[in-house]
Design a protein around this ligand. Structure first.
Ligand code: NDP
Length: 282
């Protein structure tokens, strides 16, 4: 029988907007005690105020070890030991690899990959000591596929999957569960102006439902839509030429899709190429 979703303490990074916010709403509605951590504390507070139940809003910059650690400590003090950490914060720059500003590449690696590594290192030891806990990471279908125009983003998400696979082996038998969610394109600001290829556009609520399902019944890897992961793995056994042909049909070319770069200007200026926000204390 699955675990009953009543009262677990859940900490979500990047929970002020998009998928993180939808996960917070869904879990809070199901009775979880939720804390969202975001580098934009004002937006986190505004979102928390609109969510069902009592949702704590705290500052958290996943690129800063002391900020992330203070976030987790504040969650423990306010809500109790953390049952579930959702590593959700992430950034994406889209365009030709040779036009990507170095700063955009650095920030994607720092937030998507190192932010996840940091989260696991900061949360897992206390969970191992308790003999239970669950870390759920929102990676991407780009952990298995690499769309044109998303090369660095895909590199970070491949890295996340590789890292979690290794740590999973180290935590076997400890009572600590690891999960990785691989969604295709989801309707949020991060994906503005991009195409979905052969798959349909997902909603943040669909990802939130998948996360809630994992909290009830942990599994390591979940793809959304469900067929994408198995298909991507199956494609690996095909000869290179046939594989390239099929992937060209199914995987979007984001350079071609993004005819008008203005669709992503304000997102990328705020997150990837403009001045870095200082991050705030919880
Ligand atoms: P959004 O941009 O809507 O939300 C991301 C949130 O993360 C924002 O609240 C953002 O804050 C926050 N954030 C950014 N940097 C940091 C940081 N250093 N520390 C803490 N919080 C931070 O994106 P999504 O909801 O779409 O993305 C959530 C996750 O889902 C990401 O990991 C993404 O890669 C993944 N994903 C998204 C898909 C999509 O198509 N949308 C598909 C597959 C996976 P602020 O607004 O202040 O920058």
């Amino acid at each position: 029988m699955g675990r009953v979703l009543v009262g677990p303490v859940v900490a979500i990074t990047g929970g002020a907007r998009g998928i993180g916010r939808a996960v917070a709403a869904h879990l809070a509605r199901s009775g979880a005690r939720v804390a969202i951590g975001d580098r934009d504390l004002e937006q986190a507070r505004a979102s928390a105020g609109q969510l069902p139940g009592k949702v704590e809003a705290l500052g958290c910059d996943v690129t800063d070890t002391s900020s992330f650690s203070l976030f987790l400590q504040s969650v423990r003090e306010r809500l109790g030991p953390i049952d579930v950490l959702v590593n959700n914060a992430g950034l994406m720059w889209v365009g030709p690899f040779d036009q990507e500003p170095e700063e955009a590449a650095r920030r994607q690696i720092e937030v998507n990959l190192h932010g996840t590594i940091r989260g696991v290192k900061l949360a897992a030891p206390a969970m191992r000591e308790r003999g239970r806990g669950h870390i759920i990471t929102i990676a991407s279908a780009a952990a298995r596929l690499s769309p044109a125009g998303e090369s660095t983003y895909a590199a970070t998400k491949h890295g996340v999957l590789g890292y979690l696979s290794g740590v999973r082996s180290e935590l076997r038998g400890s009572g600590v569960q690891l999960s990785v969610v691989l969604p295709g394109v989801v309707r949020t600001e991060l994906a503005a102006g991009t195409a979905t290829g052969a798959a349909r556009l997902l909603t943040p609520e669909e990802v939130a439902r998948a996360v809630a399902g994992l909290v009830r019944r942990p599994r390591f890897e979940v793809s959304l839509p469900a067929h994408v992961g198995p298909l991507a793995r199956w494609a690996q056994v095909l000869p290179q030429g046939l594989r390239d042909f099929l992937l060209r049909l199914a995987v979007p070319d984001q350079i071609a899709a993004l005819a008008d770069k203005r669709a992503r200007h304000s997102y990328e200026e705020r997150n990837l190429t403009g001045p870095e926000s200082a991050g705030e204390e919880p």
